[in-house]
Structures are given as structure tokens and as C-alpha cells.
Design a protein around this ligand. Structure first.
Ligand code: ADQ
Length: 759
């Protein structure tokens, strides 16, 4: 997107009663085939509870898949869909049968779902899956574009629609697009396994706001950006050239009032509770509620339960586990295999460990009504959430919401997102059967006071951070992200006008000029030593340095020895080497370090790693400087080089986290050096020695120059050379343009006199 197009984005005013368009794979309404034909079934899930008030308040709409193949459009079916649109503002998207299969059972649930839940061995991929996924997202995009009105806020949900944000950005460049990921984001070790990972990340970056269930999922997303796209980000933001993408952790909640309502005044719930209580009188009740998905850890739980019963004979006939497992995605073989395995385990436990009067495991393999669920939550002494990996896990929160009097214990997998905010639960590693069994034992034996303390703290938090609060925070954050575009555009650099800077230069009595070398004064070459300064550059620097009103500094990543060799003969020139680690002022004859300390003895640890990368990458090499080690890969195959550079930085980041060293990406280099050795510190030092200049020019092209731009005083002329995002106030297209500007400054001494005479 060009800069000229940006003001459209800025003109947007999201605060003026914006409608919300919710886009999710499924609508809160589904088509059900009954004996009388098609009928509507309503979902009472948390998402519907959260979205409905927001939609009601803003007159918004919901777009989602009707859920069936669509193919034969019976009149009755069409009439129902029209009814949904009219009465419920729900707009059904029809997906052709083959697209739906490749999209839903294919890429979404056999490729993305396993990878995002750290089960790469379950991954299945077919190019057709991907094509269907893209096609389904495209059909959703069409539906959104058709319903969209200026100033609407578009809220896209979950892993089914990860390329939709970018599609929307292309069709509706100034629309406000937010995305929430309900499932976890995988670690940067696992994410790269995903086929079409680059397209997926690019697809997400079309949004203004990307929100995750936990901070750790957010961090993992950032690590994936770095590793897969080589894209750096801040903790809450990715800066694209033309706009920012905000990043947030916004854990989803539930609607606690709904549970309180059923607990307090619903006859059906009361009756079911009384029945269950009667049936299991005198026994402790453990409860587990899951979709029958391999990520939920059902077999692991059953094995831990068998272990518990075998190792604690005193529990015989005194405890039961009620496992509710809703069938799900049964067209996928893995899910059918899981059902078979669970059935076998259920048979084994009841057959081997039960007695004539005691069935230790009650297995309910179907969906049950909310009233029945609430009755069970109320009944259960312990809720056992054993997800092997889970975005959040709402069952944990629903159970807690049903314990307003503080009785009951939550046992929670540390791998569920809920664990990050439910610290008073007893945490388990569901893969460790023995310890899990011990924790369940502890939960069963916990005294009343401890139960009360833990449960009331959990309950208060679940009530406070409900799903309405979550929805409002998301919308507020999206509105904020969109208005930040305006501020972002205001801080975007302007094209440098040679006449303007020349006039300011001429007016000044005391000037500081700081110039980077490679990419700024000289073009990049295959080998660093080939970038010898041209005669014109030496003459230009000599002329600028000789002006008594100027302090000129060449500030480069190169070594002191290198700078000395090329520029040592120019009088009155200040040299700054290794990005600011060492400095030689015009009057001095020796170099001095920026910080008075000897280079630490870290190179022998880092060198073998870089050498290993040299070994893997033909054409790359390591440069050793006094304070830094640099891996250069300009001569390597470009794609392979970028890929390895991302790998290297990710690896070094973890390794150097506790040290003063950092790994920095540069123009076809990865450099390891102390954090304090940077151009921002160096310009501060120059300003200390040469205070209060009334004109400052700082120019550079690379990432290390961003430190310089950030720390330069606000009145400085900071100039970025070439394309790409920058903090500088001005840009020039290339180094030729900058050279032209510098030449006009260098030759302005006489011209300056003329100007002053005239004025
Ligand atoms: P799910 O994987 O579906 O959701 P979860 O958070 O546990 O997982 O939600 C399940 C919902 O289904 C709960 O509301 C529960 O009450 C209900 N449910 C489960 N079994 C049932 C049964 N037998 N009968 C009736 N209802 C049943 C995805 C992510 C989660 C994330 C949610 C919300 O995988 O990690 O918490 O979205 O963001």
C-alpha cells in the first residue's frame, strides 16, 4: 500500500456507534433435519452469550456457515435461512460440499488443529485441503463484503478463518478488522511444521487487532513471526510499513449469571440434581466434561483413574467418576479411533475394578442439556479437567461458577489456557498418571476450609472476568487499534526536501552530522572489504568535516581498525566503530570504549554456534570484531540464508536471554554483541562531548540506525535511506539522493555567506 492511500484509513471514525459484524465458522443457529423437514437449533454456548448483547446493542450481524452441504436448496431450508437473517441478524454462508469437506475436515481440523495443539504427528495435509480452506475463506470474505457498511467493526473468530483478515484488508482497506484465536498458538518449534505457514501468518496480519487467550500464546505467535517471516515485533504490536497490528492477550470468560439462574430457580435443574444426589448418596463424585477430542486427554484421565482405584483401595465403592464426552468430528478417522479406545478403557475399568453394587465409571457419550450439566456441576465434589492442550477450557470456569458457596475442588491441567488465571486450582500434568492420581486423592481429602478459600477466590475471579467483559475489552481494543492508525500515520516519515534541510543547515551555528556507512554512504558488496569508499565520498566527508561549525561523525558497525584504515586521514572527523562500542574523537589519537570495561569473554561460547551455521551455509562466513561476532550470509542462497538467519536468531535469543548480549538481524547478517553497544548510546555520548548543537542530521539505512533515530533529540533531522519501516522523521529513496543532499550542504559554505549577505 502506498503512503498516498493511507489518509483513507485515517479518516475512519470508529467511535460513531459502530456496528459489529461477527464472523465465525458456525452461527449460533444450526439447521437440524427432523421428521417434519428442516428446523432451527439454537446454541447456548459462551460465544453466543457474549456476542448477542454486543450485537443487540450495536444492531450488528453474525455471519457463519449454515453447517450442511448447502447443495440442495429446498424451499423450506431457504425460508429458515431468511428467517435467521430477518429475526436474528444471522447470515448463513453456503459452502459447496467438496469445499466444506476440504476446509472443515481437511485443513482446519486435520492440519491446523493438531499442529496448534502440539500434536504434529496427527497432522494430515493435502494441497486440496489448503485450496478448499482458502476458497472457504474467500466465500466468507464475499459474504462480509456484501454486508459491510462503512464504520462497521469486523470481528473474525478462530482458526477456521485465519486468512480472512488479509482478504478483507484487500477488499475493504479501511475496515476495522479484529481476530480472536480461541485455540492455543503453538511453540516456535512446532509451528514451522505447518504446511502453508507463511500464508497463514500473512493472512492474520491483515487484522488491526490479533488477540489470544494467554500471554504465552501471544509470545509464541511473536516467535513464529520472527522465525518464519523474519519479522520483529514489540510486545503489543507488529509494525507493518503502512499500519500497526495490535497484539493482545484477552482470556475468554463465561456468562456466570446463566449458571446462577439455573442453580437458583430452575425446576428442571433442581429435579435433576435431586435425582443424581439420590443415586450417588454416600459417594464422592468426580466429574469430567469434554468434547471427545484427543486434545482433551480422556484416555489419559481414565488410565489415571484406574491407577487411583488400584493404588487407593480405601476408595472402593466410595467414589465415582462421571465422564461426559460429546461426540465430535466423527468423519475424521482419528476421532473414531479415539472413541474405540475410550470405549475399551471404560469397559476395562468397570469390568476389572467395579463390584456388583458399584460402577466406578459412569460414561455418558452424548451432549447433555445445560440444566443437566449445571446439576452435575453442583453435585460434583471435584471437577477434573485434564486437557493435554487447550486454548482456555470453559468447563473449568463453568464448574467454578456453579460453586457460589465455595465448596468443591477444581483439578486443572497446567496445559489448559485456564491454568494461567486459575492459580487456586490443583494443577496437574495429565501425562503423569501417578501424580495425577495423587492430586485427585488430595482433592478428595481436602479439608473444608482450604476448599472454601480456594473456591471462593476462583469464583470471584470467574464472576469478575465474565464473557461480557471480554467482549467489551475486545471491541474497545479494536477501536483503539484503529484510531492508533491515525497516530501511526502522523508519525510516518516524510520525504526529505533538500531545500528545507539546506535552509536549516545554513541557519545553524553549531551542527552535528552523524552518518552510517554501509548502505548509506556506500552500496553493499558481496564481501564487506570490497565496499571501499569512493573518492567522491572521501572528498564529501572531508568537505563537511572541515567546516568549523560542524562535528561530523561516521558511525558504523565496522571495526575500529577498518574505519581507521579508510577514514583515519580525514582531519576533524569523529569515528564510531562497532555500532557505538568504540569511539575516536577528532582531537584524540586513540580509540576509547563507550563503556569503560573490557570485552567479556563470551566469544568462545558463541563462535562454535556461528561456525556450525557457516558449515551448513555455503558462501557464509563469520567476522570477528573486538566486541562482536557477525555471521554474514550475503553470498548464500537468499531463501536458505533468510531461513537459517531466523533459526539462528531464535536459538541465540533463548541462549543469551540472561546475558548482556543480544543477537541482532542486519542487512544479510546476524550480529551478536552487547546491548549497550548501540548507536543510540553513541549519539548520547557525542552530545555529551559536544553539547547543544542547533542542527543535527542523522542518516542511516539499517536496523541499527533505528536506535540512533530513537535517541536523537526530537528536533534532529533523522533520515532513513531506502524502503521499509523506520522511526526516522524523513526518508530518501536511496543513497544517491542522500549523497546529493550532503553535497548540497557541503558546498553551501560560500552560498551560505551569500545568503547571509543578502539577508
Ligand atoms: P472447545 O474445545 O469446545 O472450545 P471448551 O472450552 O471446553 O472447549 O468448551 C466446551 C463447551 O461445550 C463448554 O461450554 C461445555 O459446557 C460444553 N460441553 C462439553 N461437553 C458437553 C456435553 N456433553 N453436553 C453439553 N455441553 C457440553 C474452544 C477451545 C477452548 C476454548 C473455547 C472458548 O478449544 O480451549 O476454551 O473454544 O474460547
Amino acid at each position: 500500500m502506498s503512503l498516498r492511500e493511507i489518509p483513507d484509513l485515517k479518516a475512519r471514525n470508529p467511535a460513531a456507534g459502530a456496528r459489529i459484524i461477527v464472523v465465525s465458522n458456525r452461527l449460533p443457529l444450526t439447521l437440524k433435519r427432523t421428521e417434519q423437514g428442516w428446523a432451527t437449533a439454537r446454541s447456548s454456548g459462551g460465544l453466543a452469550s457474549a456476542m448477542n448483547p454486543l450485537l443487540g446493542k450495536t444492531g450488528g450481524e453474525w455471519i457463519g456457515w449454515a453447517g450442511d452441504g448447502g447443495g440442495k436448496h429446498s424451499e423450506q431450508r431457504q425460508a429458515i435461512l431468511s428467517d435467521w437473517a430477518r429475526a436474528d441478524h444471522c447470515f448463513a454462508v453456503d459452502l459447496p460440499r467438496d469445499v466444506a469437506a476440504g476446509f472443515y475436515e481437511g485443513y482446519a481440523n486435520q492440519t491446523l488443529w493438531p499442529v496448534f495443539h502440539n500434536f504434529p504427528t496427527q497432522l494430515k495435509f493435502d494441497t486440496k485441503y489448503w485450496e478448499s480452506y482458502v476458497e472457504a475463506n474467500r466465500i466468507f470474505c464475499e459474504a462480509v463484503v456484501n454486508r459491510y457498511r462503512p464504520n462497521d467493526l469486523i470481528w473474525v473468530h478462530d482458526y477456521h478463518l485465519m486468512v480472512l483478515p488479509q482478504m478483507l484488508r484487500e477488499r475493504l482497506p479501511d475496515a476495522a478488522v479484529g481476530f480472536f484465536l480461541h485455540i492455543p498458538f503453538p511453540s516456535s518449534e512446532i509451528f514451522p511444521v505447518l504446511p502453508r505457514r507463511e500464508e497463514l501468518l500473512q493472512g492474520l496480519l491483515g487484522a488491526d487487532l490479533l488477540a489470544f487467550q494467554t500471554h504465552s500464546h501471544l509470545q509464541q505467535f511473536r516467535a513464529a513471526l520472527l522465525r518464519v517471516l523474519g519479522m520483529e515485533s514489540k510486545i503489543g504490536e507488529v509494525a507493518l510499513g503502512s499500519r500497526p497490528v495490535r497484539l493482545e492477550a484477552l482470556p475468554i470468560g463465561i456468562a456466570p449469571g446463566k449458571y446462577a439462574g439455573l442453580l437458583n430457580g430452575d425446576m428442571k435443574t433442581a429435579k435433576q440434581y435431586a435425582d443424581w444426589q439420590q443415586r450417588y448418596r454416600g459417594r464422592k463424585v468426580l466429574l469430567a466434561v469434554d468434547r471427545l477430542d484427543y486434545t482433551k486427554g480422556v484416555p489419559e484421565r481414565l488410565r489415571a483413574y484406574a491407577h487411583l482405584l488400584r493404588s487407593s483401595p480405601e476408595l472402593k465403592e466410595r467414589v465415582i467418576l462421571i465422564q461426559i464426552a460429546v461426540p465430535t468430528r466423527e468423519r475424521i478417522a482419528t476421532y473414531r479411533e479415539l472413541r474405540t479406545e475410550v470405549n475399551r478403557l471404560v469397559g476395562e475399568i468397570n469390568g476389572q475394578l467395579g463390584t456388583p453394587g458399584w460402577t466406578p465409571l459412569i460414561y455418558i457419550n452424548r451432549s447433555i442439556e445445560r440444566s443437566g450439566l449445571v446439576a452435575l456441576y453442583k453435585l460434583a465434589d471435584v471437577a477434573w479437567v485434564g486437557s493435554l492442550r487447550d486454548g482456555m477450557n470453559l468447563v473449568a470456569k463453568e464448574y467454578v461458577a456453579c460453586k457460589p458457596d465455595g465448596d468443591g475442588v477444581l483439578v486443572l491441567s497446567e496445559f489448559a489456557g485456564a491454568a494461567a488465571e486459575m492459580g487456586e486450582a490443583l494443577l496437574i500434568n495429565p501425562y503423569d498418571e501417578e501424580r495425577t492420581a495423587a492430586t485427585i486423592n488430595r482433592a478428595l481429602a481436602m479439608d473444608e476450609q482450604e476448599r472454601y478459600q480456594r473456591m471462593t477466590a476462583l469464583h470471584d475471579r470467574v464472576v469478575r472476568n465474565d464473557v461480557f467483559h471480554w467482549g467489551e475489552r475486545f471491541v474497545a481494543s479494536l477501536e483503539d487499534a484503529v484510531s492508533a492508525r491515525g497516530r501511526y500515520i502522523d508519525t510516518q516519515p516524510r520525504r526529505l526536501q533538500p531545500g528545507e534541510i539546506r535552509a536549516a543547515y545554513l541557519r545553524a551555528a553549531r551542527r552535528l552530522v552523524v552518518l552510517d556507512y554501509d548502505g548509506t554512504l556506500a552500496p553493499f558488496t558481496k564481501r564487506p572489504q570490497q565496499a571501499v569508499p569512493a573518492k567522491v565520498v572521501l572528498e564529501l566527508l572531508t568537505a563537511l568535516a572541515s567546516d568549523p561549525k560542524n562535528l561530523l561523525a561516521v558511525m558504523s558497525g565496522r571495526s575500529a581498525e577498518n574505519l581507521e584504515r579508510w577514514f583515519g586521514a580525514i582531519p576533524r572527523l569523529c569515528l564510531v566503530a562497532e555500532h557505538g562500542a568504540e569511539l575516536k574523537s577528532p582531537a584524540a589519537s586513540t580509540w576509547e570504549p563507550l563503556l569503560p570495561q573490557a570485552p567479556a569473554d563470551w566469544k568462545p561460547t558463541v563462535m562454535p554456534i556461528l561456525e556450525h551455521f557457516v558449515d551448513r551455509t555455503p558462501g557464509s562466513f563469520v567476522e570477528e570484531k573486538k566486541y562482536a561476532l557477525v555471521w554474514h550470509y550475503r553470498m548464500a542462497d537468499p531463501e536458505f540464508g533468510e531461513w537459517l538467519a531466523n533459526e539462528l536468531v531464535s536459538m541465540l535469543e533463548a541462549m543469551l536471554a540472561e546475558t548482556e548480549l543480544r543477537a541482532f538481524r542486519g542487512e544479510k547478517i546476524v550480529e551478536v554483541r552487547p546491548v549497550w553497544a548501540n548507536k543510540g548510546e553513541a549519539i548520547q555520548r557525542l552530545l555529551g562531548d559536544y553539547p547543544d548543537p542547533d542542527f543535527i542530521l542523522a542518516a542511516g539505512d539499517g536496523r541499527t540506525d533505528e536506535d540512533l533515530f530513537e535517541r536523537a533529540p526530537s528536533y534532529a533531522w533523522t533520515v532513513h535511506v531506502g524502503p521499509g519501516p523506520t522511526r526516522a522523521s524523513f526518508v530518501v529513496t536511496d543513497l544517491q539522493v542522500l549523497r546529493g543532499v550532503l553535497e548540497s550542504l557541503a558546498t553551501s559554505r560560500t552560498a551560505g555567506l551569500t545568503v547571509s549577505c543578502i539577508s
